[in-house]
Ligand binder design. Sequence first.
Ligand SMILES: Nc1ncnc2c1ncn2[C@@H]1O[C@H](COP(=O)(O)OP(=O)(O)OP(=O)(O)O)[C@@H](O)[C@H]1O
Ligand SMILES: [Mg+2]
Length: 400
Amino acid sequence: MQSFEEKIASRIEKLSKEQLLQLFSTMNEKKSTFDAVLSSLSIGLLVCDTDGFLYHSNKAAERLLSFSVKNPIPGDSFASEKPLWNLLEDQDIADFLKDFFDRQKAHASEEFTVQTPGGSPRILIVSAMPLVQEKKLKGILIQIEDVTERRNQQTLLRRMENLASLTNLAASVAHEIKNPLGSISIHIQLIQKALKKARETDGMLPDPKFTEHYLDIVNEEIERLNKIIVDFLFAVRPISATLVPMDINKLLRSMAEFIKPELDSKKIELQLDLMTKSPDLMLDEQLTKQVIINLVQNSVAAMKDGGILYISTKFSDDKIILTIADNGEGMDEQTLSRIFEPYFTTKANGTGLGLTMVYKIIKETGGDIHAKSFPGEGTIFTISLPVPQKELRLIEQKED
Ligand SMILES: Nc1ncnc2c1ncn2[C@@H]1O[C@H](COP(=O)(O)OP(=O)(O)OP(=O)(O)O)[C@@H](O)[C@H]1O
Ligand SMILES: [Mg+2]
């Protein structure tokens, strides 16, 4: 079907001067409305030709991206003198766009933190996609979205979640200290009773089993209380992760060497199944080691008669999936549903904080952790770790 403009164009010679003027004014009005809509959008829009020369931008785009002063944005319908990436102040965004045009990608989107002229950092998501009209590639549309507020809200939510888990933790501590306190109270009463009885009879000190022995129990209970407090502080202490680029495979290999003798002595076979080359992940070395050690220790404890400890890494859905699995005793559903709770343990000497810590560290690194378990068969922990955008781009380039 012919568009309105096409119909007019085919008959333009037949129009009178008045009709032409009328037409021009209608079209101008249409354009003004269109411009007003574009400039009132909070999302920034840039339109480039297929070589990256800019020919339209809206107000939000100009506000969100600072264009260098030397290269002012052209007015309507004039393409810029230089490609878009040479007009931009922010080098990272410029590199991203240049890469998009160079490799003629179908779609690309990336997150950037930029400094605004006002000084406050903003988080922008820049997306580039082809602008197709009547099945023909007319140019490239670039969309810039400011997600700073949304991110701030997410952080706030996470803090609130932390606060909620802190309340839970405090409740568990209150519960934990009840028993030792009760036991201390009973044994002090027993000592008082023994002393009173001794004074009322021969005045001699009571038998040590009524004094020293009880005092030993009181001491033990005080020690237990102290441990609960120390563990509590350990669990609530904010983790200060120092994230640096790290090869997770290398870390796993060096840890495997370290734990091998213990596994051998317990008749546990270690199967390492690592991806050929892992992209560098942003991790805290000490904390990541702690995660792996905790999971391995749990697996070892679940394989009292030996078994297989399986550790693998693979790349999937833009993430690295780290799996730690065992064919030990496994857990029933009820146990499984509580493993990340602070102080939840089924072991005589467990603190029940191992997996709480693991969970906290993984969340702090921006990852996720899930567990599956089958009683009598074994347990699988799956950890997904984010791959930095830069590394993802390298992977894509290689795939190309
Ligand atoms: N691989 C596993 N196989 C079977 N059960 C497990 C496994 N990992 C964890 N669990 C269960 O989850 C519970 C909680 O684990 P968590 O590591 O938090 O504490 P813990 O191991 O009991 O104590 P700690 O880590 O201080 O030694 C364990 O007591 C155990 O019942
Ligand atoms: Mg543990």
